[in-house]
Design a protein around this ligand. Structure first.
Ligand code: 3H9
Length: 718
């Protein structure tokens, strides 16, 4: 059996190497192995100094989140107990140097902080990301970090969960030296130097000089709590971590550790931890797609051609340029191109103002984007992304032209379309090489939003799919493979949700009340504010293109079309469901409220008031019911994939895990019962999804369904 921790001794330095792929997580074997290795190194008289290093691509990326998942669901064996190990490291009679590369995160950084010294390669990242999993550091990180970097910096790191780079870590006092070149030998040399310099070595727990004075503590904590509330809305852990940091600044070390442990254990079993850990694994799970294995050859994508310099095309161009990919952007006229490039420039300027990029980084990125009328040079690109507006005839014309013309295309080239709703197979057929075609559905703003739906057509080859998945990853996106149905997964589910919200206002709620109920639930934005931002004309065009209300018996929303006929397209026209002033904040518009009442009266709709709970049930349950259909029909591979789509592309709160995880937590029986009641009261559109009915009656969950379906094929029914 491979031991996860090994020791080798060279010229008086014991090198303790942790080798627990893929990320050297602190499994029980690693913790025990470290403990034994440390004993061995201390006992060995030939050893003067000790270096702890990670094998493979990283130092320790944290506690084993699988263990934390068990803890969240009730098994106490999942909570690593590291107090003894950390104390032993700190009390070691020989200098212990932690040598970091890759990522030293969570428990990884906590181990590192118990060493006497820390060194790192220039591109190493260090952080306490626990709050992103709904917990706080549980291995004394909240007690040692402020002792090394000061309370203010520790607050910033623990609340944001964002890792810092080696240079920042050196400045802050988290590490002692940056090692250029080979880390193991550089760290060993440093260790020898420290052994020769002194008999005693700094113990982090004994340091107090970086902790603030008693009078400064409360101001820092108040600012930290404000930061947590503002930047980590609805999350419990970023607020709770302040209590542990307060203990670090005000209590002796051991008492501070006890306080941290208490908070950690409470949060580790919370609903938010369950949901966020689910979200973590769900996001990693999307790369597991039947038919795609390590052996499926993904072509590398170094040059991209984008058709359309509008909002989507421009955002996609930025996402590519940010990842070092050369981009050609074409549009029909020089004016359209100029406008598109001006928007890209404006967006980059905002990034400079916010400190995300330096002006030099922006120039580098701008230089990667070549605007052009016509298709010169498209013959050399590896991947084409068509991003023109949602019109099938136009999309087919472009697909036919680009894919069949010798000058602008080559046989290995992938052709993709950024349609948000239209039939990929119809577009693929127009190219004459459908195996190289798929949908890449980006979300606006495409340079910011992490989600891309990768739409597999019926002829898409495994290699094409693998290339698209690798490309999405390269440009920093979460690519979720979905099947080809109108609206794919995300938008198909959004339609019933959006229309239910519109029926609710016809029935007596107001757009503002619905939006407030939704943001109160945790959605990043209310659906009416989302509609106004996306442009009401977009959904209007989709309604026509997909002929969404062709069934004469179906209830049709009355207001949205009328708003469009009035030229109220949302934010871009200053008016939509709301009215917008210079601050772009939505304000209720009496004209819209009057219109809603008038249309309801003219159509014999009785109006009444709604509680927020009813609003949530009518909207979120509509989303879940359609999600169950999408899943059952095979357009989504897993319920967890739907969760990834909704938390990354539609503002669904990750701390609720996503709509399907949320449904599991509410209980599918309860959801099914409500859906059935709505079906009786409100009609056909609420027909319970067969899968929801089956799972509810079996007393099981979407999570269980995912486990059972591991070998299904996405898009099987498309
Ligand atoms: C913690 O430390 C609590 C402490 O305070 C102590 C408490 C007592 N555990 O993301 P990738 C797997 S909380 C188990 O695709 P990348 C991951 O599932 C923890 N598994 O790679 C995937 O598996 P698979 C604090 C883990 O290169 C594979 O590794 N630490 C863990 O894009 C590759 O992952 C964090 O929150 C783990 N800790 O990114 C760090 N980490 O191949 C969480 C990864 O089967 N991890 N896996 O799907 C990350 O942020 C990223 O994984 C990392 C690498 C940046 C490390």
């Amino acid at each position: 059996m491979n031991m996860p921790v090994s020791v080798s001794v060279d010229q008086g330095v014991a090198l303790i190497r942790i080798d627990n792929p893929p990320v050297n997580a602190l499994s029980p074997g690693v913790i025990d192995g470290l403990d034994a290795a440390l004993d061995q190194a201390v006992r060995d008289n030939s050893v003067r100094a000790i270096v702890v290093i990670g094998a493979g691509r990283t130092f320790i990326a944290g506690a084993d989140i699988k263990g934390l998942e068990q803890l969240a669901w009730g098994s106490d064996s999942g909570a690593p107990e590291m107090h003894e190990l950390l104390q032993k490291l700190e009390d070691a009679p020989k200098p212990v140097v932690m040598a970091m590369h890759g990522t030293a995160l969570g428990g990884g950084l906590e181990v590192a902080m118990a060493g006497h010294y820390r060194v790192a390669v220039p591109d190493a990242l260090m952080g306490q990301p626990e709050v992103n999993l709904g917990i706080i550091p549980g291995a004394e990180g909240t007690q040692r970090l402020p002792r090394l970097v000061g309370l203010e910096k520790a607050i910033e790191m623990c609340v944001s969960g964002k890792p810092i780079k080696a240079a920042d870590a050196l400045n802050a006092g988290l590490i002692d030296r940056i090692i250029e070149g080979d880390l193991a030998s550089g760290a060993a040399a440093f260790a020898r130097e420290m052994a020769a310099r002194s008999e005693s070595h700094p113990k982090t727990r004994e340091q107090r000089n970086k902790l603030p004075s008693a009078s400064a503590i409360s101001g820092m904590l108040a600012a930290g709590r404000e930061l947590a509330r503002k930047t980590r809305r609805n999350l419990d852990a970023p607020v709770a971590v302040l209590d542990a940091l307060e203990a670090a600044a005000t209590l002796p070390f051991e008492q501070g550790c006890a306080r941290e442990r208490e908070i950690f254990l409470t949060l580790a079993k919370s609903e938010q931890a369950k949901a966020l850990i689910h979200a973590f694994f769900a996001e990693r799970g999307v790369s597991k797609v039947p038919g795609i294995s390590k052996d499926t050859v993904a072509a590398s994508v170094n040059r991209v051609g984008i058709v359309g310099a509008g909002t989507m095309g421009g955002g996609i161009a930025m996402a590519c340029a940010n990842a070092g990919i050369a981009v050609r952007v074409t549009d029909a006229t020089a004016n359209a191109l100029d406008a598109g490039m001006a928007t890209i420039r404006k967006n980059y300027d905002v990034s400079v103002k916010r400190g995300r990029f330096t002006p030099a980084m922006v120039e580098e990125r701008m230089a990667r984007i070549v605007p052009q009328v016509g298709y010169d040079g498209f013959g050399d690109v590896d991947l084409v992304i068509e991003a023109v507006f949602e019109n099938m005839a136009l999309k087919k014309e472009i697909a036919g032209f680009v894919a069949s013309s010798r000058e602008v295309s080559q046989s290995g080239q992938l052709y993709t379309t950024n349609t948000s709703t239209l039939d990929i197979d119809e577009i693929a057929a127009a190219t004459g090489r459908p195996s190289k075609v798929l949908g890449l559905h980006f979300f606006s703003p495409a340079n910011v939003m992490r989600l891309v739906e990768i739409v597999r057509g019926k002829a898409t080859s495994p290699e094409t799919l693998a290339t698209a998945m690798a490309f999405a990853k390269r440009i920093g996106k979460v690519g979720v493979v979905v099947g080809n149905c109108p609206g794919f997964v995300g938008n198909r589910m959004m339609f019933p949700y959006m229309y239910e919200a519109q029926f609710l206002v016809e029935d007596g709620a107001t757009p503002q009340q619905v939006d407030e109920a939704l943001t109160g639930f945790g959605m990043a934005m209310g659906i009416f504010a989302v509609d106004d931002m996306a442009g009401l004309d977009v959904a209007w065009r989709v309604r026509q293109e997909l002929n969404q209300f062709s069934d004469p018996g179906a209830r049709k929303p009355l207001v949205a079309d009328r708003l469009c006929e009035m030229g109220r397209f949302g934010q871009k026209t200053g008016k939509g469901w709301y009215v917008y002033g210079d601050d772009r904040k939505p304000q209720p518009d009496p004209e819209v409220l009057a219109l809603i009442e008038q249309l309801a009266a003219a159509n014999g709709i009785g109006r009444r008031s709604f509680t927020n709970e009813e609003i949530i049930e009518r909207t979120i349950y509509a989303l879940i019911n359609e999600g169950a259909r999408v899943l059952d029909e095979g357009y989504a591979l897993r319920a967890a994939d739907i969760d990834v789509i909704y938390t990354n592309g539609y503002g669904f709160p990750a701390w609720r895990g996503g709509p399907m995880f949320y449904a599991d937590r509410v209980g599918l029986k309860k959801i099914y019962d409500r859906v059935s009641t709505f079906y009786r009261e409100l009609g056909q559109r609420w027909a319970p999804a067969p899968l929801l009915e089956r799972l509810a009656k079996d007393g099981t969950t979407f999570k269980e369904f995912d486990k059972r379906r591991a070998s299904s094929v996405v898009g099987a029914s498309s």
